[in-house]
Design a protein around this ligand. Structure first.
Ligand code: ADP
Ligand code: MG
Length: 402
């Protein structure tokens, strides 16, 4: 279980990224990789500590918590009543299994095989097929706003790596300027900052050309994904799929199912901000899930949702992005324009029983925008949503808790 970090700790990347956002505020190219989801994990953990002020025992049930890193995401699972630790082990085994099956970047995964098939039919697991079929339904529902053939654009924009690169450069900058400050020479420190600025990649080089975007767009069309039994064929050999907008939700549902089969009736699953509650708290009261203010700190909670078995999933611009000349380029891409979705939204939160549905709909509604997104959610039974716009106005569907 190579990936696991353990136990009521503070997942390694959170330390790295959470601390670098502030010094970057004044920079021309600013970045942040998933600070919200990472900080959200910490927030949930701290909630847990608040619930368990002196010990890790809630009522009669002992709480155990474990954090790991899968699918480029910090994952935290908290279980009550897992006395021998076997349910936790089972959860992390499942996470590993699904990463090996559904990750685009893991060589030999089902998605990797489909993407390297050069248009030939590819035999994959039943679960992969079923998830692809579900994803295609959201494409139909949204007229292609949600589209798993988004990969050429994901690779072209490469938001995650650009954000990481800028983050590590900024970190190096900060260290350098701290060292200069320690030497007590403030003029020198300013000089160092300037020279570091000029070493930054030019903002415009981070943005793909319109020709590159056109070329990528020409391979994006969910109708190119053909499913027959357990065989998947991409009718455009240059098409590639990416399940990043739905896989975490699917995995959260499978983890919930598994925990219930282990008779764990009280648990909290947090896959980088995709939260799945299992049952209620051990004393029978509801879970309270905080929705973080976009671009706020981890404790800037703007809404609290009470859950018992439901899932709450947020898609937002502040999760993975880089910034050039004050404009944010994030990871939720619009298959119509080829650019990061730019419609005035900063986040969409979906509340429903199924985490797969929440995950797919949060991405879908983000791309659709406020009006169409609200309309779509109102047309669905037992799904609610909260939209937040750049001016920090909140729009709730009729059944979303106040
Ligand atoms: P996160 O995975 O960060 O929680 P989302 O669930 O909104 O956020 O999914 C964003 C991911 O989905 C991107 O990183 C990319 O892999 C993929 N993606 C981006 N744009 C789209 C889109 N229009 N349709 C389907 N998937 C998308
Ligand atoms: Mg999603």
């Amino acid at each position: 279980m190579k990936n696991y970090l353990s136990s009521f700790n503070h997942g390694l990347p959170s330390v790295r990224f959470a601390g670098i956002r502030e010094p970057l505020r004044h920079r021309r190219i600013r970045t942040g990789i998933a600070p919200a989801s990472l900080l959200f994990s910490l927030f949930l953990l701290s909630l847990l500590f608040l619930m368990l002020p002196c010990s890790s025992v809630y009522g009669k049930e002992e709480a155990t918590s474990q954090t790991g890193f899968f699918l480029d995401t910090v994952i935290t699972i908290t279980l009550y009543g897992d006395e021998d630790g076997s349910a936790m082990d089972g959860c992390f085994d499942l996470l590993e299994e699904y990463e090996q099956m559904l990750s685009r970047t893991v060589e030999g995964s089902d998605v990797w095989k489909i993407n390297h098939s050069d248009g030939e039919p590819t035999e994959v697991n039943e679960e992969t097929v079923s998830l692809i079929e579900t994803a295609l339904q959201y494409s139909e529902l949204s007229d292609g706003a949600f589209d798993i053939t988004i990969t050429p654009l994901v690779e072209l924009w490469d938001v995650e790596n650009k954000a990481l690169l800028a983050a590590s450069e900024a970190e190096a900058d900060t260290n350098e300027s701290e060292n200069s400050n320690e030497a007590g020479d403030s003029d020198q420190s300013e000089d160092t900052d300037e020279s570091a600025d000029s070493a930054q990649p030019e903002g415009s080089s981070l943005i793909p050309s319109s020709e590159e975007i056109e070329e990528a767009l020409s391979h994006i069309n969910y109708q190119n994904v053909l499913v027959n039994g357990t065989t998947v064929t991409l009718s455009d050999p240059k098409a590639e799929i990416d399940l990043g907008g739905i896989a975490k939700g699917y995995i959260a549902d499978r983890l919930e199912e598994y925990l219930l089969s282990c008779n764990i009736e009280s648990a909290l699953i947090n896959l980088g901000g995709n939260v799945q509650t299992v049952g209620t708290k051990p004393d029978g009261s509801v879970w309270k899930i905080g929705i973080q203010e976009p671009f706020g700190g981890s404790y800037d909670i703007i809404a609290v949702i009470e859950c018992s078995g439901e899932s709450v999933v947020t898609s937002g611009t502040y999760e993975r992005y880089f910034e050039v000349d004050g404009k944010i380029y994030h990871h939720i891409l619009d298959p119509k324009t080829g650019y990061p979705t730019d419609n005035g939204l900063t986040s969409v939160t979906i509340l429903a029983d199924s985490s797969t549905q929440c995950d797919a709909l949060s991405t879908t509604c983000f791309v659709l925008g406020l009006e169409e997104g609200l309309e779509l959610i109102e047309s669905l039974d037992q799904v609610e949503a909260l939209f937040i716009t750049e001016d920090e106005t909140m729009y709730r569907t009729s059944g979303f808790p106040e």
